[in-house]
Design a binder for this molecule. Structure first.
Ligand SMILES: [Zn+2]
Length: 244
């Protein structure tokens, strides 16, 4: 008899990222799922939680040379959804509290509404909004692309977080025909440059780009079985599919 516990081989899945690139992933192990669910429940911007989620996703990616921190946010969402599908199945059975969903007129309305939701109905919204060029004057322009913020870039307050979210999206800065290598500058230097280079309208344009990033989306209609009231529930972003 060996005094060693056996290593369990996890299943592997092939999925496609938003640009069609195939990658191989494995599902969460119980410990990882627990950390993730705890993170979602705590609903905080804690940097440690953020980093631990990213490192869990990284360990689930089996294809070599993929740095999770360099993936676009929509690709992270796609990977999480696929892992979810493979760990709980495509159909999620969930319940809604009718008192929270609608203010039913009848006292007898049931409190729990059971609903099945198929994760294959999830679609990607705003895929056309992958990148954007903003002209700052007749020579200088900046190309924005959605990126993940590193935990140091999140910012300590809402205003800072807003500016940082724009800075984090900077992909290319060009000055006439010259392309400036943004890697030569620190995040702080770029953030300062944004503050002194964008006017109010350009700022609003950039913010709209940041806010309308591609995301997972689905809707389901919940009906009260007693009074037949119906309501459409929108699910936005991958985390909403983990709390179902
Ligand atoms: Zn009702």
């Amino acid at each position: 008899m060996k005094n060693q516990l056996p290593t369990v081989k996890l299943p592997e899945y092939n999925i496609k990222l938003s640009d069609g690139k195939p990658i191989k992933i494995r599902p969460f192990v119980a410990k990882e799922e627990k950390i993730l669910l705890m993170a979602i429940e705590s609903n905080s911007d804690n940097k440690q939680i953020y980093d631990s989620i990213l490192s869990i996703i990284q360990s689930c990616i089996l294809t070599k040379n993929i740095d999770v921190k360099k993936l676009s946010p929509i690709d992270i969402e796609i990977i999480l959804l696929e892992i979810r599908k493979n760990s709980v199945g495509e159909v999620v059975e969930t319940t809604f509290d009718s008192r929270k969903v609608f203010n039913c007129s009848q006292q007898v309305c049931s409190e729990q509404i059971e609903k099945k939701f198929n994760l294959n109905t999830v679609e990607i919204k705003n895929m056309e909004n992958v990148s954007k060029v903003i002209k700052l004057d007749d020579k200088v322009s900046v190309k924005l692309k959605h990126k993940l913020l590193s935990s140091d870039e999140i910012g300590t307050n809402k205003v800072e977080a807003l500016y940082n979210s724009i800075t984090a999206c900077i992909d290319v800065i060009s000055n006439e025909d010259e392309i400036i290598n943004i890697n030569d500058f620190t995040f702080k230097q770029l953030a300062n440059w944004v503050e002194v280079s964008f006017n109010k309208n350009q700022m609003l344009e950039a913010l709209e780009f940041v806010r309308n990033q591609p995301h997972l989306y689905a809707e389901l209609v919940v009906k009260c079985p007693i009074c037949s009231q119906e309501k459409k529930i929108e699910l936005k972003g991958v985390m909403s599919f983990f709390t179902l």
